[in-house]
Design a protein around this ligand. Structure first.
Ligand code: NAP
Length: 251
């Protein structure tokens, strides 16, 4: 009997960067479980692409402001695939561009619930599953941060930037905490990438507005982020943990 394929869990895999990671992971030989929030048709498209690459796909609806949904996502992934070798902690949301002086509590709650608390709870489930101290097989976690953590996003979304700063700090701390348990933890900080997220910030064409400031003179493609993520997950990156990799076109 052929060896079972390794399995990966990608959060927010129905569109944008998460979809690119799911599709490249399938081409690299992983079975793929991914979450989406509500866009089932997009999730179905990603399932079809994964299956076309000859791998198994499972799409699970999960809202990252709900701890129950995150726990259930992991339960379904483990039920379907057994051992999950890697987590790509990719879900992230933006609110419309505003100065901090105009923020309200509801907005801040949503950003931090989804981008920080959801990501940390998802990493917790990964550690519970992967830790060799708990009988797991080890694994890799890649958190998707943002170059906003370095620049701060003044006049646009300081709250989002601060949430991604939390992801960087979580990456560094968790990498050290679980290094002896067979788990590597790294982050990728994308620059301006062509996805739908900019529309939720109120400026669908943002990448084209800012690309002149990018040393490579263009926005990035989701597939270019996926390449970095897949490298960090693979055994080729076996000595890399606690790293934060900027994939920004030189910013
Ligand atoms: P995107 O195109 O907006 O896709 C977002 C994904 O997350 C979708 O799969 C969506 O599901 C899911 N999602 C949205 N809200 C959710 C929630 N509350 N709970 C659970 N899932 C939810 O985003 P993206 O641009 O690919 O961004 C992916 C990650 O990269 C984010 O962490 C983002 O902060 C980071 N990033 C992006 C850029 C960029 O320029 N695009 C730059 C730096 C960092 P549905 O399809 O069902 O809505």
């Amino acid at each position: 009997m052929a060896d079972k394929s390794p399995a990966i869990l990608v959060t927010g895999g129905s569109r944008g960067i998460g979809a690119a990671v799911a599709e490249l992971a399938a081409l690299d030989g992983y079975d793929v479980c991914f979450s989406y929030r509500s866009r089932k048709a997009d999730a179905d498209r990603v399932c079809a692409a994964v299956e076309e690459a000859g791998r198994q796909a499972l799409a699970v609806e999960a809202d990252f402001s709900s701890e129950g949904d995150i726990v259930d996502l992991w339960r379904q992934a483990i039920d379907a695939f057994g051992v999950i070798h890697a987590l790509v902690n990719n879900v992230g949301v933006l609110e419309p561009q505003k100065r901090l002086v105009d923020f309200d509590e509801k907005r801040l709650q949503r950003i931090f619930d989804v981008n920080v608390i959801g990501a940390i709870l998802c990493a917790r489930e990964a550690v519970r599953h992967m830790s060799t101290q708990r009988g797991g097989a080890g694994g890799a976690i890649v958190n998707i941060s943002s170059i906003a953590a370095r620049f701060g996003s003044p006049g646009e979304y300081i709250d989002y930037a601060a949430s991604k700063g939390s992801i960087d700090t979580m990456t560094v701390g968790l990498a050290k905490e679980v290094a002896g348990e067979g788990i590597r933890v790294n982050a990728v900080r994308p620059g301006s990438i062509y996805t739908d997220i900019h529309a939720s910030g109120g400026e669908p064409g943002r990448v084209d507005r800012v690309k002149a400031h990018v040393p490579l003179q263009r926005g990035g493609r989701p597939a270019e982020i996926a390449e970095a993520v897949l490298w960090l997950i693979a055994d080729r990156a076996s000595y890399t943990t606690g790293a934060i990799l900027d994939v920004t076109g030189g910013l």
